[in-house]
Design a protein around this ligand. Structure first.
Ligand SMILES: [Zn+2]
Ligand SMILES: [Zn+2]
Length: 760
């Protein structure tokens, strides 16, 4: 049986379909949600990108890179600071070493395997990841002193376990956690991730570019405004020259070096920049017949194999490439750019252009050629990508007189020219700030930038927003410095099914069953539960048998007195029934036994409670004696009760009822709760008027006096007074014919024995 204290006008849970105040009507145990961003790498630095996003018990890691300047374990992000078994998803933006190369280590050498986390990357990223990582292992092995982080088997296993996804695919990781990759420009396969955790949206850009080049689609603006933007800041406040100027400067420079009889060394990564520059040079040579005798080489087997990937993913590239491809002119079938299969065969006596795969010239062929060519002033080095601090490429840009030799520390004079033309495929200040403003997130987290660049960018962005009178939160967390953001708790409850059939009126209340799943709330009619949520439903039918020592008509009289209207009927077995408030059916089992039947739910239980009080009180009520004595009376008149005006006056027997029935009901209620309650005196001796029409409730020797005229309760004990007032209020509500206050929820369901919810 439900408890009396639970009544609140007898309705089920009521929810307002608006952003609820914290805690209001929402299941307990959910604190104000905060989002934590922790950089395990690339916090105020470039390299070893690894960004941990945590919210509502979910953990997502964006990128898992190595720092190219630090060898061995030193190149890893601060992975010990995270319990990798708790990670739900690792999202890899692109194949670059500083974003993906820690992946085999994390997947194979940490407790990541013990959890349920999955690793996601686009198809093209996965294809290139497989190629480049094998190469990374080989280079690391050659460079043994840096220590082996993982071997080919680890790379193979990590590659196999990575899930390949498409751009714009909506991927549901687990309840309340989903994400979608968008084009990021930058390199083939690169993506930004729009991550949604329990309704909170975070856009993580990875490295991105907004400049149309020969082959890539530029970074997209996702159609949804995120709450947080985690954004690269590599170039800080630098403005890069216009793309056309840059291309012209580059091709002219290459042309000039070979015309003066020099050799051009371009350290290029095997993927991304390399393909783009090869496209550019092939085109330029095509337009300049006088240069066609000078060979252009790419000295990388990996580059050669990678070309297959590029030819495969033409459909994800920009309109320029796709239209050439459609004309059966595959731009990646170069006319002048050739593979230098065996670097030993290179003719060092002639001008040439060599694009050598580079780990920023720290080692490998590009380093060997640099050491050979550096002393000759006719030669030239062109640094075309972003060069990470601590690498040879960066050192060289300072135009040192000598460079270190990997062979034995001998200083090699540097007389060759060094020029940086950045095709880094990162956004510059103008593009980045424009993108940030277009995204319009209230929180911006700058990552993947050196501290000084980042701080200048933050200052510049603040100025931009301040001059427009807009507020913006820009964060620049250091590694391992958790950034915690709290958000206003606005929760939305969606009404569905039959509750949503009618357009709601503003301010109106909607009632139904509140279902919470994956951090979202749905309100629906219990009968829609099975159709809309897949939750199974069950019915609890309550039955309560009572011995009864009075005639059926007396039972009816009491129930009618209590509820105003009752419904007579017969049950399936032909027994007489009285139904109260369309909720509780009282069945006449025999002359000495009745049974209450109802479908259990909050409101029906409450009606049953009150009916039970009435039925249990029949035997002891003085009215019963009189009724039983005059039992020939039949109750044929209908009762009409005006709203709130109490009871009509009737003749004869009805006087008894009208004079005392309400008091009797009150008495019954109080007695059911407190046991010892006096009956009200209707006549008292002079001077004893205080005892006229009062009931005295005694609990543990403490007396509370109920004045039946004012309905005030007096008592020395506040606690008892409040309890009595509570019961009194409940009883008074009941005295207003309940059948008019609200209707119960379907006695007919007792017969059918189906439906009505008990949902999880
Ligand atoms: Zn990159
Ligand atoms: Zn990067």
């Amino acid at each position: 049986m439900s408890h009396h204290g639970r009544r609140g006008r007898g309705h089920g849970p009521t929810v307002q379909v608006v952003g609820a105040a914290p805690g209001a009507n929402i299941p307990a145990g959910e604190e104000a949600p905060s989002l934590t961003v922790t950089m395990l790498g690339a916090g105020q630095e470039v390299g070893r990108s690894c960004c941990v996003i945590q919210h509502r018990g979910k953990t997502i890691v964006c990128d898992a890179g190595l720092h190219p300047a630090y060898p061995g374990l030193g190149g890893l992000p601060f992975i010990d600071e995270l319990d990798w078994a708790s990670v739900d998803a690792v999202l890899v933006t692109h194949f670059h070493v500083d974003h993906a190369a820690a992946l085999p280590y994390i997947m194979e050498k940490t407790n990541f395997r013990e959890g349920n986390g999955k690793v996601y990357m686009t198809h093209a990223t996965k294809a290139i990841y497989g190629l480049t990582m094998m190469d990374t292992v080989r280079i690391n092995d050659q460079n043994a002193e840096s220590g082996q982080l993982y071997n080919e088997a680890d790379v193979q296993a990590s590659w196999q376990n990575a899930i390949a996804i498409d751009y714009h695919q909506d991927i549901v990781v687990s309840g309340g956690l989903r994400f979608t990759p968008y084009h990021a420009g930058h390199v083939l396969g690169a993506s930004m991730f729009l991550i949604e955790i329990a309704g909170l949206k975070v856009l993580y850009t990875g490295d991105y570019s907004r400049e149309e080049d020969r082959h890539l689609v530029i970074a997209e603006i996702p159609p949804i405004k995120p709450d947080v933007l985690i954004c690269e800041s590599t170039f800080g406040v630098h403005t890069l020259p216009d793309r056309k100027d840059k291309e012209e400067q580059f091709t002219t420079l290459v042309g000039n070096i070979v015309r003066r009889g020099g050799k051009v060394l371009m350290p290029i990564p095997s993927f991304g920049n390399g393909q783009e520059l090869a496209l550019l040079l092939d085109e330029y040579w095509n337009e300049h017949p006088e240069l066609q005798g000078v060979p252009i080489y790419f000295a990388s087997g990996l580059f050669q194999r990678g070309m297959k990937v590029y030819k495969t993913y033409v459909h994800t590239m920009n309109a320029n490439i796709r239209s050439r491809f459609a004309r059966r002119d595959n731009p990646f079938d170069f006319r002048f750019v050739k593979w230098l299969k065996d670097p030993k065969r290179l003719d060092h006596s002639q001008p040439c252009v060599v694009m050598a795969s580079a780990q920023f010239m720290s080692f490998g062929l590009s380093r060997e050629l640099l050491e050979q060519w550096a002393p000759d002033p006719k030669n030239g080095v062109i640094v075309t990508g972003y060069s990470i601090e601590g690498t040879m490429a960066r050192t060289l840009l300072g135009e040192p007189d000598h460079i270190e030799s990997l062979r034995g520390g001998n200083n090699i004079p540097r007389r060759c020219t060094v020029k940086e033309i950045s095709f880094g495929a990162h956004v510059d200040y103008r593009q980045n700030s424009q993108f940030i403003q277009e995204i319009g997130a209230p929180h911006i987290v700058l990552v993947h930038g050196e501290a000084s660049q980042m701080n200048r960018l933050r200052a510049a962005l603040r100025d931009t927003y301040a001059t427009r009178g807009q507020e913006i939160n820009i964060h620049t967390p250091r590694n391992l410095e958790p950034l915690t953001l709290t958000f206003r708790t606005e929760r939305i409850v969606k009404a569905i099914g039959s509750l949503a059939e009618e357009r709601p009126v503003h301010g109106a209340e909607v009632k139904g069953l509140l279902v919470s799943k994956d951090f979202s709330y749905t309100l629906l009619d219990p009968k829609d539960l099975r159709d809309f949520t897949g939750l199974s439903t069950s019915t609890i039918v309550q039955k309560q048998s009572l011995p009864i020592g009075v005639d059926w008509s007396v039972v009816r009289w009491y129930l009618e007195g209590m509820y105003g209207e009752v419904e007579d009927g017969k049950d399936e077995e032909g027994r007489e029934t009285i139904t109260v408030m369309n909720a509780v059916r009282v069945v006449r089992i025999s002359d000495i036994e009745i049974q209450m039947q109802w479908v259990s739910n909050t409101s029906n239980d409450m009606i049953a409670d009150s009916a039970l009080v009435v039925l249990l009180g029949i035997d002891t009520s003085p009215a019963t004696v009189k009724l039983t004595a005059t039992k020939k009376h039949s109750h044929s008149h209908s009762h009409s009760h005006g709203e709130g005006e109490g009871h009509d006056n009737h003749e004869g027997d009805d006087e008894l009822r009208d004079a005392n029935a309400d008091f009797e009901t009150l008495h019954m209620f109080l007695e059911a709760h407190f046991g010892d309650v006096t009956h009200p005196e209707t006549q008292v001796a002079e001077g004893d008027e205080d005892n006229l029409l009062v009931m005295k409730v005694t609990v543990d020797g403490v007396v509370a006096t109920v004045d039946l005229i004012s309905m005030k309760v007096e008592c020395e004990s506040d606690e008892l007074r409040k309890r009595v007032e509570g019961v009194l209020e409940m009883a008074l509500t009941t005295l207003t014919p309940l059948s008019r206050l609200f209707a119960g929820q379907g006695i007919e369901q007792v017969d059918e024995g189906t439906e009505v919810a008990a949902a999880a």
